[in-house]
Design a protein around this ligand. Sequence first.
Ligand SMILES: Cc1cc2nc3c(=O)[nH]c(=O)nc-3n(C[C@H](O)[C@H](O)[C@H](O)COP(=O)(O)O)c2cc1C
Length: 352
Amino acid sequence: MDDARWLAGLEEQAAQRLPAALFDYLVQGARDGETAAAAVGAWSSHRLLPRVLRDVTSVDASTVVLGRRTSVPFGVAPSTLQRAVHPDGELAMARAVADADGLMVVSSNAGTRFADIGATGVRWWVQCYLPSDRSLAVPLLRRAVEAGADAVVLTVDTPVVGTKYPRTPDGAVVWDSVDPEIVRVNFEPGYDDAPGSGKALDLGPRDIEWLATTTGLPVVVKGVLRADDATRAVEAGAAAVWVSNHGGRQLDRAVPTAAVLESVATALSSQAQVYVDGGVRTGIDVVTALALGADHVFLGRLPLYALVEGTGGVARMLREMAAQTVDALRLCGAIDVRDARGLTGPVPATTP
Ligand SMILES: Cc1cc2nc3c(=O)[nH]c(=O)nc-3n(C[C@H](O)[C@H](O)[C@H](O)COP(=O)(O)O)c2cc1C
């Protein structure tokens, strides 16, 4: 099968190869799944306005993200249960990303020790949620810093975990069968029973400064959908803002990220970097996000589906996404990633 068709069929292949409750967990959105369902189509509601008569012999798809160059303008978003998808889990993911000279964000709920992920040589960031008692987060953050994380991503869209309904034929949910040894291995023993370990309901701009001071790392704020919140985050010291609705897994009926990215990028101008995720499945989606003002794009479910085939699957997905991205840049008449910015055009009116 050619790589393009293989990539387009990844979700279907994961559905066939993974246990039903696990696949259901990966694919699902919160509640009625309206936001999750709208994400992919929202990219195709935009139109690109390509340049022509430009020499696109040599196209550079690399980007500088928080001061370091990465080979492609997309990276791997944080997600749990990678070791349920494949026994090598985060290590398989990290090896493929390292080989591609890319960037991986590791969930605080990861099933692999940060030190082992760092030892692969991958460039990685740590993602965290903050608990009510902030001091409980410190050991995990220290471990991430020691293992070489070069930024910390604060997920701000999860004061409570969005309700999800199982859609498996027998109502099975993944958490009933998953081995507790393969998740949350970077927390202190007994963390979940400690008073104050529940998710913070009082997150605020001061937490951005606290995280920067505690870790000494740049802070990326993930889960922003509004221009005013993006500005507040940057004023509070965020190095970058990540436009995300958590893959539709938090507030159902939240807007698609493709619909609000441009307003956030415009509000921040070049004060701070802007990243985006949600429904990105092709190289044209990546280039559409770049055209709308993203400095970097993240992939959530796509790498998880590719991980079913281990390191080789993730490597193949990254290669094909890179090839599609270069192709789309060429077709846009853009010689590099910055050149793609602003190449959006009018959206045709729909006929009733
Ligand atoms: C199975 C699964 C687990 C996730 N776990 C986390 C997590 O631990 N922390 C986090 O910030 N986001 C998490 N996310 C959200 C992703 O980082 C990302 O925002 C989202 O998947 C992007 O949408 P996409 O899947 O359509 O690409 C998870 C997403 C999925 C599908």
